[in-house]
Design a protein around this ligand. Structure first.
Ligand code: ADP
Ligand code: MG
Length: 727
């Protein structure tokens, strides 16, 4: 039997109660699950420091000595217990803000303890807050006694051998693992250190069961990796800091390698299974549009991207391409020109947007661009009903409709096309892989797919999330745009904000004011929005103020948006419904209230609503005065740069990939166990290359050396729900 699939219940120290807790809180049900529940950090318990060696910048340390005296300080909230702790070389303060009674009851003066914690400096004195405390083993006590006076300078013996210490194996020995545990687990006594006892027991058990290798020997040799056995042991209980680094490297590589192998194998399968429709003519519609209807010159980036897409569409392979371009970089036009190629080759195109407002806006934009060209564009959303809907569905089947613009409604099973040749998905982050795949079924040969996103995705993330897509980038904005000026202001600066608003309004410009809307506090947010609307209406009595929020009926929302777009209202107070894509070039000021409650990419999207005309535009980020460090950094990033890619990288660094907008819905593995997409870009690149070379050198999977890979991949696909979603 495979030891890794053994029920965790039977591991020494677990039992039925803890097994339930482990399953519910951490999803650990087998020995293998526990094995891959890696510690989030290690703590160096390989030595005991002398107090006079310690400074406030050190990581966790342990010292051995005695409590000289207790002292209670402060009142109310700042009430705390201090124990003056000495070891003959100096003294430090142990501090408790909570559990004061417990500490007084359990620790005695003049008894020897091993104290463990993170030193810091307070009022010029070194302290350890909420230390872990254990009774010192006999040997150390003897040492402490022979030092005579506790204040005398006398080193204690640091070279104790493990065998001399009859305490838990997890304590007081080398680099010790720390495990994340939930509140519920802690309450039931399943703390980090009891988790460590379980993993220690697990390794005792595994001694009799060497684990099979999970990568082929040639890959291990090629990349100088640690063996699987050694790596899992050292990731929990490293024999040295170097061994820990090697173990991390091996396991990160393996994790990223299998994700990439899964993606690239899927891409290869897709290429084998499906031909692509060949679009080899550039016809009348395209040419006539290009020469007679284009109101401006394409940017070089737009030209390059259209060329890349064209090459895909005549290659005989199905195109699956991600088009990244910052807000305002002109992706819509690219979509239209590519659609014209499909139409000139006797096919239809479908453009999908995430919201009704956007779909309608696309419809209008496309119709405007096309002018009198014989290209019929229609809309299909949830609100298109009855006769109108029937007519659209009919036109799609007959082929009279050339371009369908719509929302999710276009994926419904009863929407049938005559000959669908191209699907464009705008603002990808709201569509998952599975939904994309559904669109393929709309034609006997799957249509070409172009996914457009204005949320620039860092390379590492793109390789993982959209690793099955080729990537094109529009890295150039249309000429004549002035960079938006961004400022950070506090609530108290409101008069200055009004000044700016007045100035811009008097120049005939328009203004957005955006309030956050977060589900849990929806009521409060609505109050903020209403209060903001009232105040603005009062402060600017000579201007028309509109209001839009998610609770409104789509038709009302559209009505308000339209009024703003037509310059019938001058200030639009809204929630984030205006976030994506809305285009009102005359708007020159974006004021974002409670900016601290938005993610960076979201702020960037919102800011992208202004700066669309030739005028200088402004973005004002309003926060309260007291904000945390991370918030301050995030706001500063926005003030410092308008480069969406830079912002996305910073966002990834500051928040971690799990929080990045849209990644939850993206349908791809995101619960990475050890690799970190923000930090492990280099390993990812190497892992992807390694996976690619396996696929190219052994496309039919006949090389016996690779058997181990395909077997492991099957196992992983079975155990990881998200992986299944990709095909
Ligand atoms: P996004 O990439 O954010 O979807 P849009 O496609 O909405 O950007 O384009 C933003 C604005 O820039 C639109 O008003 C569009 O007409 C205009 N535009 C697009 N391409 C060019 C160009 N090459 N030169 C000038 N303006 C352009
Ligand atoms: Mg757009």
């Amino acid at each position: 039997m495979n030891i890794l699939t053994q029920d965790i219940k039977y591991l020494q120290g677990v039992g039925p109660q803890r097994a339930t807790l482990l399953a519910n809180e951490l999803g650990i049900t087998t020995v293998g699950d526990l094995l891959s529940y890696y510690p989030y950090k290690h703590i160096d318990r390989s030595r005991i420091y002398k107090i006079n060696e310690i400074d406030g910048n050190m990581p966790h340390v342990q010292v051995c000595g005695q409590i000289f005296s207790f002292e209670s300080v402060g009142e109310g909230r700042s009430k705390r217990l201090i124990a003056h702790f000495v070891d003959g070389t100096g003294s430090i303060d142990l501090v408790w803000f909570q559990g004061i009674k417990y500490a007084l009851k359990n620790y005695d003066c003049r008894k020897s303890y091993i104290v463990f914690g993170k030193p810091s400096v307070f009022n010029g004195k070194i302290q350890i807050a909420h230390p872990e405390i254990e009774n010192a083993p006999e040997q150390l006590k003897a040492q402490a006694r022979t030092t005579g006076s506790l204040f005398e300078e006398q080193p204690i013996n640091h070279n104790l051998k493990d065998s001399e210490l009859d305490i838990q194996p997890t304590v007081f020995k080398g680099l010790c693992p720390s495990y994340n545990t939930s509140e519920k687990m802690k309450k039931s006594g399943l703390t980090s250190s009891s988790m460590a006892k379980l993993t220690a027991n697990m390794f005792k058990l595994l001694k009799q069961h060497p684990l099979p290798e999970t990568l082929p020997p040639y890959i291990i040799a090629q990349h100088h990796l640690m063996s699987f056995n050694e790596a899992v042991r050292n990731i929990h209980y490293p024999s040295s800091p170097e061994a820990l680094r090697h173990a991390q490297l091996r396991l990160k590589f393996e994790e990223l390698f299998y994700i990439q192998l899964n993606i690239l194998r899927y891409v290869k399968d897709r290429q084998l299974r499906y031909r692509g429709i060949v679009f080899n003519t550039i016809g009348d519609n395209f040419n006539s549009f290009f020469y007679n209807h284009l109101p401006f010159e394409l940017t070089n980036a737009q030209k390059r991207v259209i060329k890349e897409i064209r090459t895909d569409m005549k290659s005989g392979r199905q195109m699956n391409r991600l088009l990244q371009g910052d807000v305002g970089s002109g992706k819509t036009l690219v979509a239209l020109m590519v659609a014209l190629i499909a139409i000139d080759n006797g096919h239809q195109a479908c453009i999908m947007a995430p919201t009704e407002i956007l779909a309608e806006q696309h419809l209008n934009t496309l119709r405007q661009f096309l002018g009198n060209l014989p290209v019929r564009v229609e809309l299909l959303t949830g609100t298109v009903k009855g006769k109108k809907r029937a007519a659209v569905l009919e036109g799609l089947v007959t082929g009279d409709i050339h371009i369908l613009v719509g929302t999710h409604a276009v994926i419904e099973d009863n929407v049938l096309f005559n000959k669908l040749g191209l699907v464009v998905i705008d603002e990808q982050h709201r569509f998952g892989v599975a939904q994309r795949a559904k669109l393929w079924m709309k034609n006997s040969v799957p249509p070409h797919v172009l996914v457009m996103t204005a949320t620039p995705i860092p390379r590492t993330l793109a390789m993982t999330l959209y690793g099955d897509l080729d990537v094109s980038i529009i890295d150039e904005l249309p000429p004549g745009r002035k960079p938006i000026r961004t400022v950070h202001m506090f609530d108290a600066h409101r008069p200055r904000i009004y000044e700016l608003m007045n100035r811009e309004l008097s120049l005939g410009r328009q203004i957005y004011i955006v309030y956050p809307l977060i589900k849990e506090t929806e009521k409060m947010d609505m109050k903020d929005l209403e209060a903001g609307f009232e105040e603005i209406s009062k402060t600017f009595p000579n201007h028309k103020v509109g209001k839009v929020h998610g609770k409104m009926k789509p038709a009302d929302k559209d009505f308000e948006m339209q009024r703003f777009a037509n310059h019938e209202t001058h200030i639009l107070v809204s929630t984030t419904v205006i976030e994506v894509g809305v285009n009102v070039p005359n708007a020159s000021v974006m004021i974002i209230e409670n900016a601290e409650r938005f993610g960076l990419s979201q702020l960037h999207q919102l800011r992208g609503r202004v700066g669309r005309g030739a005028e200088q535009s402004y973005c004002v980020l309003v926060t309260k005065y007291e904000i945390g460090d991370t918030t301050r950094k995030r706001v500063q990033v926005m003030v410092d740069t308008t480069d969406g890619f830079e912002i996305a990288e910073q966002d990834l660094k500051l928040r971690g990939p799990g929080d990045l907008e849209g990644t939850q819905q993206s349908g791809m593995a995101f619960d990475l166990k050890i690799a970190n997409l923000a930090r492990d870009g280099q390993i990812l690149t190497i892992a992807r290359d390694a996976a690619q070379s396996v696929i190219s050198s052994d496309p039919e999977e006949r090389n016996p050396q690779n058997d181990i890979l395909w077997r492991r991949l099957r196992e992983l696909r079975k155990s990881n729900i998200n992986w299944g979603a990709i095909s």
